[in-house]
Design a protein around this ligand. Structure first.
Ligand code: PMP
Length: 300
């Protein structure tokens, strides 16, 4: 990945239907999305020049916008095509795509019913850096300083910019203490997720993962549940209390950025990434690099 700042790179960004030079993809400081967090986004991976679960990410983007009360002024097919074209133009084989939609500048108050809706898409190279062996050392999580909010208090089923305020603060606090990330509880005090990834535990060969009723039911989470079931591993989605952490053998995170990331520590609890975690790290790696269905159909 380039070491230059994200606002000054080579190439183009798709912006409101056009490809514009990367440094010129700007918005005005008086944009509702910036002041009031009326913005939704996606994070999607590209593996071997294929966009992993593009339709699921695009569906979620449109749904997130609806949850925030606005309609994206393009069709899902248009945004999918824009993303395919963008990765080609930018020469991305293994990378990340960031689509974002936000309310514009016509109204600058809490109410912004008539503000225009904008969409931009950027992509950059982002290979997987770590070998399975290095990953299996595991990362260390602190206990987060914030909790996931009650769905009665925030639109928790949207991938909305505003919900990341507590994630950034929790991650910064954890990093300041030498941890990689933090485990967030939910408003009830139950185990929820990390600051940008879902969480799984194992006990006696069975996987346990929190029920996603106040945080994202991640696309990677669902993929990994499918991979585990394919191996005949039982997966239990349920409420998990923090007291139970002492009883689990293995722990890992799942997310578009995190992929499958083994965890070795959460606060006072330690975990030993083992057979089950390693199998899923490898299965996920194989899954993302498998030929996509449409490519197979073309070749057949
Ligand atoms: N929770 C949060 C807060 C996230 O930001 C992400 C990453 N989008 C996830 C979970 C995992 O979602 P996905 O697997 O769809 O990337």
């Amino acid at each position: 990945m380039s070491s230059t700042s994200f606002d000054d790179r080579d190439g183009v960004i798709w912006y409101d239907g056009k490809f514009v030079n990367w440094p010129e993809a700007k918005l005005h400081v008086l944009s509702h999305g910036l002041h009031y967090a009326s913005a939704v986004f996606e994070g999607t991976r590209v593996y071997n020049s294929n966009i992993f679960h593009l339709d699921a990410h695009t569906d979620r983007l449109f749904n997130s916008a609806r949850v925030l009360g606005f309609e994206i002024p393009y069709t899902p097919a248009q945004l999918n095509q824009a993303q395919r074209e963008l990765i080609k133009r930018q020469g991305i084989a293994d990378g990340y795509i960031r689509p974002i939609a936000w309310r514009g500048s016509e109204m600058m108050a809490v109410s912004a019913q008539k503000a225009s809706i904008h969409v931009a898409i950027a992509t950059w190279t982002w290979p997987s850096y770590f070998s399975v062996e290095a990953k299996l050392k595991g990362i260390r999580l602190d206990n987060a300083i914030y909790r996931r909010p009650d769905p009665a208090c925030a639109p928790t089923n949207a991938k909305a910019a505003g919900l990341y305020m507590i994630c950034t603060l929790s991650k910064h606090a954890a990093e300041a203490k030498g941890y990689h990330d933090a485990l967030m509880l939910d408003y009830r005090g139950l185990v929820a997720e990390a600051t940008g990834a879902n969480i799984f535990f194992s006990k006696d060969g069975v996987l346990h993962t929190p029920t996603p009723d106040c945080f994202l039911d991640g696309i990677t989470r669902r993929t990994v549940i499918g991979l585990a079931k394919r191996r005949g591993i039982e997966v239990v989605e349920r409420f998990i209390k923090p007291e139970e952490l002492a009883e689990f053998d293995e722990c890992f995170l799942t997310g578009t950025a995190a992929e499958v990331t083994p965890v070795s520590e959460i606060g006072e609890h330690t975990f030993k990434p083992g057979r089950l975690t390693e199998a899923l790290v490898r299965d996920f790696d194989a899954e993302v690099r498998a030929e996509p269905a449409e490519a197979i159909a073309v070749g057949a």
